[in-house]
Design a protein around this ligand. Structure first.
Ligand SMILES: Nc1nc2c(c(=O)[nH]1)N[C@H]1C(S)=C(S)[C@@H](COP(=O)(O)OP(=O)(O)OC[C@H]3O[C@@H](n4cnc5c(=O)[nH]c(N)nc54)[C@H](O)[C@@H]3O)O[C@H]1N2
Ligand SMILES: Nc1nc2c(c(=O)[nH]1)N[C@H]1C(S)=C(S)[C@@H](COP(=O)(O)OP(=O)(O)OC[C@H]3O[C@@H](n4cnc5c(=O)[nH]c(N)nc54)[C@H](O)[C@@H]3O)O[C@H]1N2
Ligand SMILES: [Mo]
Length: 758
């Protein structure tokens, strides 16, 4: 198969894009999902327990919940509801499903069709050369894995993690993998905020953001760059609403005029639904794809030139003197910067840039929020450093209402990294594991996602295990990834729902079904809970509420413990006890990971607890104890004639590779995902019309990749830029060219040619 997501068109309909996010329409849509997949009564009860004390952490996004006085109806959003309904579906994928459908046949289904099949209901096994998955007992499945792992070198095994895994499961997983003998721990973060972790660790001494939810409320100015909160972090809109009501301003920087950034009608404030909502964005800057660094440089240049005339007027010289180093080098760089070329790169007008620089000048408490629009480019690490330059120059970090806010994706992706999921082993964690468990962990770096793909494709890996996620669909270079997975002896997925990674398998494959966030977790010592860290470093408990009766599931913690016990019979880690009582896992985390002292006690307090955050208090854990200004190079894209720069985005109806529906309501695109958003004049230049079918081709290092059959959609986007949906366009994303420093795939700036279909 040359194309992994079948190039089948489903019937494009175009409508006007929405101009208001949320409101009644969102409520109506989320209830539709509840009734479609769950019974209404049960659905409403589940919603009420969402994110509340004693309830579970929403599996949607990592945006924090307002703490303190929680309303009886927790804050929830349309897309959180969809995530829950998707998990709580009554549909089942068991042995009869696989008796009816071969793996090859399922490969022709779209992601939407696969996802709709329902929850994996029992452990399943695909024998060598078999066409159907068949039931297997848990014990046999564990033995199959343990035997394989014991017969190969540790570095021939790869252990992927997706960001839904709890702190408890993730800690046990990395402990097992390291005791087994490898750091091959790629995770979804490698494709997500890795550029953030890399850049921020270097310049502010912590690879995480510095702000709290309260800071968002108190900011004078929020710059929201490369993020679509209306779809991906809808609860962020209520925080932005509060910020606006207190007199703050917002600049949005995005190649697309996203609905959620414009106007927000809070569905939880009935009066607002009548009176019409809050205008969120004061100034929308429709930047060209990946020219954010040029925009940031232009702002700095303008402010710097004025600062020279009136020292202390534009920059916070006291902060710069006391808390930073490298200012002189940055000043020199700004001396040499040509403002006109920066402005030209961005595609914005001088007036727009002057006006936004004026807003920045007039604000004392600035927060920059950003997500994938900034992190998935070759120069992402530099862009993020540039963004820190601006905040440092303004002294806008480590005080109320100011700082940096990388908005995380998966609900526990930040926590997974905190508790040790990483292809590198920090010396402090190595030391802690050595002392607490008395074994020698491997110190050599393992494979991240891109390195895993290459290792598998080169035949260097024999075993692939994924704790959640959908590796084949989420990764770049789909065909190479498929080749790699197919070369493994055994591929194993711990999953809740059917996805394409179950169909692109090794010689032999297993699907191990696990409990979701929403479900009660009963172990030998009684009912258990887990915990997660949100985007702002708050750790909270998550306790499922739904009973599972008709499926043979294990918890993720149980699966890891059992696999570890059988793979490492000599291990002195108390795997059996950990499986019985998650308090013991938390005690171990408390002993090994800084910031988790008295974990069991603190996690039981309402609202959870904050992990230590130096930058929040102007403590920068860098080589000289100061925040670092950086001098980076601008690297504008050079496009060959006819080439476009493509960004891949999420529709309003998906959770990463899980496709809830075929509509992107806010953008007015209905019933089709194989679309190319393009400027109307570019469409005319190609001699095309709305709906015309095209093929897309990318060419990196002389390797041509093709994505077949996409339809043109005229859209408000800068000329020369196009947007497609993830994961349909992932076949075009190269794996040899990645972000410098973070090795993140360049899913937001792929050079492509648009041509007639084959
Ligand atoms: N409902 C829902 N919620 C989710 C997810 C989901 O799929 N569905 N995914 C979760 C995950 S894992 C993540 S990481 C987050 C993702 O959250 P986002 O980062 O908001 O997701 P994307 O759709 O990738 O959107 C990126 C935004 O950046 C813009 N953009 C693209 N290229 C550029 C650029 O070069 N410069 C600038 N300035 N902007 C650009 C796009 O137009 C889009 O508005 O959401 C999380 N929450
Ligand atoms: N082109 C392009 N590619 C991208 C991106 C992009 O913007 N553009 N974004 C990247 C980003 S930001 C991310 S985070 C990755 C996402 O990469 P992944 O995290 O690998 O992908 P998901 O689609 O979130 O994984 C969905 C699957 O997880 C399983 N699952 C759901 N809940 C649970 C659970 O509680 N436990 C377990 N064990 N399994 C569960 C289900 O079986 C479901 O099918 O994709 C990346 N890929
Ligand atoms: Mo993500």
């Amino acid at each position: 198969m040359s194309e992994l997501t079948p190039p089948r068109l489903t019937g494009l309909e175009l409508k006007e894009p929405y101009d208001k996010a949320a409101g009644m329409s969102a409520l109506r849509y989320s209830l539709k999902h509840v009734t479609e997949y769950m019974h209404l009564g049960e659905g409403l009860e589940t919603l009420a327990k969402l994110n509340q004390k004693g309830g579970f952490d929403c599996p949607g996004c990592a945006w924090p919940d307002p703490d303190g006085s929680r309303t009886p109806m927790a804050e929830y959003c349309e897309n959180g509801v969809k995530a829950i309904a998707e998990e709580a579906t009554k549909r089942r994928v068991g042995s009869d499903f696989f008796a009816r459908h071969t793996v090859e046949e399922l490969g022709t289904w779209t992601d939407f069709e696969l996802g709709k099949s329902g929850r994996i209901a029992q452990p399943l096994h695909l024998r060598p050369a078999a066409q159907h998955y068949t039931p297997i007992s848990w014990a046999e499945a564990f033995d199959l894995m343990a035997d394989k792992l014991r017969s190969i070198e540790p570095d021939e095994a790869i252990f992927y993690t997706s960001g839904r895994a709890s702190n408890e499961a993730a800690f046990l997983y990395q402990l097992f993998v390291r005791q087994y003998g490898t750091n091959n721990l790629p995770d979804c973060s490698n494709m997500c905020h890795e550029s953030t972790s890399k850049a921020l660790a270097e310049v502010i001494g912590l690879g995480k953001g510095s702000v709290t939810l309260e800071d968002i409320h108190e900011a004078d100015l929020i710059i929201c760059m490369g993020q679509n909160p209306g779809t991906n972090h809808p609860r962020m809109l209520s925080a932005l609403e509060t910020m606006k009501e207190r007199g703050g301003r917002m600049i949005s920087v995005n190649p697309l005029p996203e609905t959620g950034l414009k106007n927000f009608v809070n569905p939880q404030r009935p009066l607002k639904m009548v009176t019409g909502g809050t205008d969120l964005t004061d100034l929308f800057l429709q930047v060209k794809i990946n020219e954010d660094q040029s925009l940031l440089r232009a702002w700095l240049k303008i402010l710097y030139d004025r600062e020279k005339q009136a020292p202390g007027e534009y920059f916070d010289q006291t902060f710069i003197r006391e808390h930073t180093s490298g200012y002189a080098a940055m000043a020199q760089l700004l001396e040499e910067t040509d403002l006109d070329s920066c402005i030209a790169n961005t595609g914005l007008t001088r007036d727009e840039i002057e006006e936004s620089a004026g807003l920045i000048h007039g604000s004392r408490r600035i927060i920059i929020c950003y997500a994938m629009g900034l992190t998935q480019h070759e120069n992402s690490v530099d862009t993020i450093k540039e963004l820190v330059n601006l905040l440092l120059a303004k002294g806008s970090i480590g005080k109320p209402g100011a700082g940096i806010c990388p908005v995380r994706g998966h609900s526990n992706v930040q926590g997974d990294r905190t508790v040790g999921i990483w292809d590198k082993l920090k010396p402090e964690l190595a030391e802690a594991l050595r002392n607490y468990y008395n074994f020698e962990p491997p110190t050599e770096d393992g494979y991240d996602v891109v390195k895993s793909i290459h290792a598998m494709a080169e035949g260097k890996a024999k075993f692939f295990l994924a704790l959640g996620g959908n590796f084949i669909s989420a990764t770049p270079d789909t065909e190479l990834t498929a080749k790699g997975l197919r070369k493994c002896d055994l591929t194993v997925h711990v999953s809740t729902k059917l996805n394409r990674s179950h169909l692109v398998h090794g010689r032999e494959a297993l699907i191990l079904p696990c409990l979701g966030r929403t479900e009660r977790d009963l172990q030998a010592s009684g009912e258990q809970f887990v915990s997660c860290e949100n985007s702002m470093g708050v750790v909270q408990m998550s306790k499922g509420v739904l009973e599972v009766e008709d499926m043979d599931l294990l918890s993720e913690c149980a699966i890891v413990c059992e696999l570890a016990r059988r793979t490492l019979p000599e291990s002195r880690v108390p795997w059996v006890a950990y499986r019985k009582d998650y308090d013991l896992i938390r005690d171990a985390i408390a002993a090994c990971i800084p910031g988790f002292e008295r974990y069991n006690e603190k996690v039981r307090e309402p609202g959870g607890f904050n992990l230590p955050n130096g930058p929040r208090n102007r403590r920068f854990d860098t080589s000289d104890g100061k925040a670092q200004f950086s001098t980076t190079r601008l690297t504008p894209h050079t496009l060959a004639p006819g080439e476009f720069l493509m960004t891949t985005v999420r529709s309003h109806d998906q959770y990463n590779t899980t496709i809830y529906g075929l509509h992107d309501r806010y953008r007015g695109i209905h019933n089709e995902r194989r679309v190319v958003l393009m400027h109307p004049e570019d469409i005319a230049m190609l001699g095309g019309t709305a709906g015309a079918v095209v093929d897309l081709k990318s060419n990196y290092l002389r390797k041509e990749r093709t994505a077949e059959r996409f339809q043109l959609v005229p859209y408000s986007i800068p000329r020369g830029c196009i947007a497609t949906y993830f994961p349909e366009a992932n076949v075009l994303v190269p794996s040899e060219v990645t972000a410098r420093g973070s090795n993140c795939p360049i899913s937001k700036s792929v050079r492509v040619l648009v041509g007639p279909p084959r």
